[in-house]
Write a protein that binds this ligand. Structure first.
Ligand code: GLC
Length: 746
């Protein structure tokens, strides 16, 4: 079926163009405005009803384009999200279920540094979309991790634009492999949830080009997405969906994007400006937007040619989408079992081993009984909340994952946790005043442990595992208290470590988190630390596969773990603990000129993440690109060959340890900063080896174009290549340089 879809969409292209021309001739202005304004979200967010009753075609989908019955113009279905298809799992008057696979969150995908794996996950997401009749998957989310407290970082990839762009391009290729459209989002600089619909990002051209647009540029050039979503925020005073310089000049003319641009849901204020900018589709659709387009054309404020261009690009999406191919059917029956296996395996490559003293991991084969502490061990978090969530059939907890792996867990202790979790969640539910309470995952407080309880566990268990949980999601930024451990969490780690170490037994901490937390003050306590992120519905099994040694960790951090928030360049210009009524969604704030709420100044410029920490030699808890393995790797024989505009670097990677493993090789470059200030180093290429057996060697090749070494000059508004000596470094992480060479650029 996929082949037919692709074949038809390609070979009938001229036929489709002819059909579009014909439709444009026949459509009235009202019908053109009608198809520009979508439908969907019936009552989910705002009272205004959208058009027609399209919600029952794929219940729970985010929206649809509108059919024009008079001309037999069909529609398409758009559904979230980046971690899997997010639709209702049950339907009125229908038996059966419509579960989707909750794949690992975006941050797990980038933590794999394995674009082949990411493409494979994308393919599974696209396959589920196809089986459920979804034509456009609203993902990947790919905004830069400018600050760890951004509520939606779980959906996004990295603090670095190259890793972001390459990961997004792979996800897009995967989703689109069978004809379903991907939709990279949110273009661009949507790096906080606080007042996201009204916030004005005040950012330099250089930072925009080198950091916030660069990932989208790579994703468009290497992923060829069929659609793309603009962001809610303004950039330098104008809503992104109304900016012709970004949506048309940059995205289309410069990057070659040839798909359909849509707004974020209810994004933007001026439909006629969105038309002129080239933002084709206004989702999910309200009457006033349609009226505004018709009135603007009739009043001569909006040239019909803009409307026609937008309609043309929407019709191209509609006519080439799966559901509108001849003979297309779908069975609502994807292979969820196979996809569960894909999420279990892919997550193991995105989980990052942060500490492993004296080979504390993998757990020794003599260990049978495990003391499992921490509410998140039992109430495991597969993903983040909001549109990036997935209505999955189940979540494998740490308890289940470890039991599946054959370990014994004290039933009394797990019963204690189950009871505590239920009670604490119920209590916390009463405290939720959030406007979208149904969109937030209510977490329990951490359960205090008594000395005697821990002592009892020391007696019966050979090993202790503690899981720390954090949720985050759309609509809200995290708070500074969410970043640090609670007193109960700290006491749990301290007391369990003291008791188990006194008995000569080891302790591992698992981080089940959606974003960076504080680690420096307590990481010396346990023997091992494993950052599992929110690894999807098979999470407990994925983590157990690593703890038991069935799989060897190969993930590396796609962002920096700072010591404290105040070390972060952007910290003074981020809404940390903003208490004003800054709930972001839908409710457009009146601009009160409030710093970090109505406007946010990106004063740190290009110095985001390791670009900041390394350029200012600030100590970090764990650096960008960091991740351990159960084996070790030697780097040797680095060679650099420059021919014309291409620099080819090869390096031999040898598994110098005792178990099979994969290494992520990173290439950083330090450019001369004569005419412009430059970051201490910048990631310019990366590659992951295949699984190497002990003693085996693989020659890794990394290619950099000299164009990729340019910086964006504010004055000339051009990319500039600085002549001089460049340092070329191959590294295991941004602060573990294994070999260095230099090259001269004329
Ligand atoms: C939301 C999100 C966007 C999502 C869309 C549809 O507001 O910002 O990521 O795809 O609306 O649910």
């Amino acid at each position: 079926m996929a082949g037919v879809v692709l074949l038809c969409a390609t070979s009938c292209k001229s036929k489709i163009d002819k059909t579009i021309d014909e439709m444009l001739q026949k459509m009235t202005l009202e019908e053109k405005a009608r198809i520009i304004v979508g439908t969907g979200n019936e009552g989910r967010w705002v009272s205004e009803t959208s058009f027609g009753d399209m919600k029952n075609i794929v219940p729970g989908a985010a929206g649809t384009t509108c059919p024009i019955e008079r001309l037999d113009i069909p529609f398409v279905i758009l559904s979230d999200g980046p971690a899997g298809v997010n639709i209702d799992s049950t339907r009125e008057n229908e038996s059966g279920t419509f579960y989707c696979t909750h794949f690992p969150i975006g941050t797990v995908m980038s933590s794999t540094w394995n674009t082949e794996l990411v493409e494979n996950v994308g393919r599974a997401i696209g396959d589920e979309a196809m089986h459920y009749g979804v034509d456009v998957v609203l993902g990947p989310g790919m905004n830069i991790h400018r600050h760890p407290l951004n509520g939606r970082n779980f959906e996004y990839y990295s603090e670095d634009p190259l890793l972001t762009g390459k990961t997004a391009a792979a996800m897009i290729r995967g989703i689109q492999a069978n004809g379903v459209a991907a939709c990279p989002k949110h273009f661009a600089a949507n790096n906080q949830e606080t007042n996201r619909m009204g916030n004005d990002v005040q950012v330099s051209q250089r930072a925009l080009r080198e950091i916030y647009l660069k990932g989208f540029e790579i994703a468009v050039r290497e992923g060829h997405p069929k659609t793309l979503m603009t962001s809610y925020n303004k950039i330098n005073g104008i809503s992104v969906s109304e900016r012709h310089d970004l949506v048309t000049e940059f995205l289309r003319d410069e990057c070659g994007f040839d798909g359909t641009v849509m707004t974020d849901w209810y994004g933007g204020d001026h439909p006629e400006e969105q038309m002129k900018a080239g933002n084709d589709l206004i989702m999910p659709g309200q009457q006033w937007q349609m009226d505004s387009i018709v009135n603007a054309v009739n009043a001569g404020r909006l040239d019909i040619k803009y409307v026609d261009e937008c309609v043309r690009r929407i019709l191209k999406l509609v006519y080439t989408s799966p559901r509108n191919q001849p003979g297309h059917t779908y069975d609502n029956n994807p292979d969820l079992k196979a996809h569960a296996e894909i999420t279990r395996q892919s997550a193991t490559e995105g989980i990052v081993l942060l500490k492993n003293d004296a080979q504390a991991l993998p757990i020794a084969s003599s260990v049978k009984n495990i003391a499992l502490f921490g509410c998140a061990s039992y109430d495991f978090i597969p993903g983040g909340t909001g549109s990036g969530d997935v209505r999955r059939a189940y979540t494998v907890s740490m308890l289940e994952g470890l039991q599946n792996a054959g370990y014994e867990i004290d039933p009394l202790l797990s019963a204690r946790y189950d009871e505590f979790v239920k009670k604490s969640v119920a209590e916390n539910l009463t405290k939720v005043t959030a406007r979208f309470a149904d969109m937030v995952r209510i977490r329990p407080d951490e359960m205090p442990l008594t000395e005697s309880e821990i002592a009892a566990q020391v007696q019966r268990a050979d090993y202790a595992i503690i899981t720390l949980g954090r949720t985050c999601g759309e609509y809200y930024d995290r708070t500074s208290s969410d970043f640090v451990l609670t007193d109960v969490e700290r006491a749990m780690i301290e007391n369990v470590c003291r008791a188990f170490h006194a008995a000569g037994k080891k302790v591992a901490v698992v981080l089940n988190i959606g974003g960076v937390i504080e680690t420096a003050s307590w990481k010396n306590l346990p023997d091992a630390i494993l950052c599992a992120w929110q690894p999807g519905q098979e999470g407990g099994n994925s983590v157990a596969d690593l703890l038991s040694g069935k799989q060897n960790p190969s993930g590396k951090l796609p962002m920096t773990f700072p010591v404290v928030l105040s070390d972060i360049g952007a910290n003074a210009n981020f809404p940390v603990d903003q208490t004003s009524e800054n709930v972001s969604v839908a409710s457009r704030r009146v601009d009160r000129g409030e710093k970090n709420v109505d406007f946010t100044r990106y004063d740190e410029g290009i110095y985001v993440g390791y670009r900041w920490f390394d350029s200012r030699q600030v100590e970090v808890s764990y650096p960008f690109g960091y991740g351990l393995s159960y084996t070790t790797f030697d780097y040797s024989n680095m060679k650099v060959k420059q021919s014309g505009k291409e620099i080819k670097v090869t390096v031999d990677i040898t598994n110098s340890g005792t178990v099979d493993g994969k290494e992520v090789v990173q290439l950083y470059i330090t450019a001369p900063g004569a005419s412009m200030d430059k970051p201490a180093k910048e990631l310019k290429a990366f590659a992951k080896t295949s699984s190497l057996k002990p003693g085996k060697k693989e020659t890794v090749t990394l290619v950099v174009k000299t164009d990729d070494l340019r910086s964006f000059d504010e004055t000339s508004k051009k990319w500039q290549l600085e002549p001089g000596t460049y340092k070329v470094m191959v590294a295991s992480n941004s602060r573990d340089i294994r070999a260095t060479e230099t090259i001269e650029i004329k």
